[in-house]
Design a protein around this ligand. Structure first.
Ligand SMILES: C[S@@+](CC[C@H](N)C(=O)[O-])C[C@H]1O[C@@H](n2cnc3c(N)ncnc32)[C@H](O)[C@@H]1O
Length: 193
């Protein structure tokens, strides 16, 4: 997989949360093996994942949502530097406003925004996903706090509860077929049936 080491390094130095390469590699394989064309990413950060997906898959367009203006500005520069303006559309917005109102549908949705909100986003994301499409949610282990490997930090209780509710919801939804994958920080892999 081709990655931009400079974006990755700067992200790490500036403490910007970026996706793990094992997660991105799995995403690229999934998109390519299913010949998915349209992608929605929730949580752009500095577009490390977005650019990696655009450069390593056959998808034709990616919409990516970011709430933080500084990260959005860096992401915009990074996308331009990679000449990917024709493939990537960045949106500076609260994801909930976009997913509630857009008329677009997607083959693949990468859910990597606010962890405590996954459960609230789920009904909208199911609507936006094409049949046979994949909803992939990152950080379902949340560094071991969801699985009980490490104690839940004080400030994380509501978020962990939200993630647990999300896991239950994707496993029991009649509209989804779900597996929790032991890749990276735990991935929720849900196919819309
Ligand atoms: C884990 S980072 C995303 C990493 C990125 N997907 C990558 O592959 O490098 C999560 C991002 O979600 C953004 N975010 C948090 N709440 C959001 C919201 N309500 N709407 C849109 N983006 C949000 C954060 O600012 C942060 O940059």
């Amino acid at each position: 997989m081709q990655i931009d080491k400079e974006i990755k390094q700067k992200g790490i130095e500036n403490k910007v949360p970026i996706s793990l390469d094992s997660t991105l590699s799995f995403i690229c394989q999934t998109i390519n093996s299913n010949n998915f064309k349209s992608v929605l990413e929730i949580g752009t950060a500095v577009a490390y994942g977005t650019i990696t997906i655009a450069e390593n898959t056959s998808c034709t367009h990616i919409d990516s949502l970011e709430i933080d203006p500084e990260r959005y500005a860096i992401a915009t520069q990074n996308v331009k530097a990679h000449n990917l303006n024709n493939k990537i559309n960045l949106f500076l917005c609260d994801a909930i406003n976009y997913i509630k109102t857009t008329n677009k549908t997607y083959d693949f949705i990468y859910l990597d925004g606010p962890k405590g909100q996954y459960i609230n986003y789920l009904p909208y994301l199911i609507k936006l996903l094409n049949k046979g499409g994949v909803l992939l949610a990152d950080n379902l282990y949340f560094h071991g706090m969801v699985t009980g490997k490490i104690p839940i930090s004080k400030g994380c209780r509501a978020m962990i509860k939200g993630l647990k509710n999300y896991i239950t919801a994707i496993k029991t939804s009649p509209e989804l077929k779900t597996q929790i994958l032991d890749i990276g920080d735990g991935l929720g892999y849900s196919i819309k049936i």
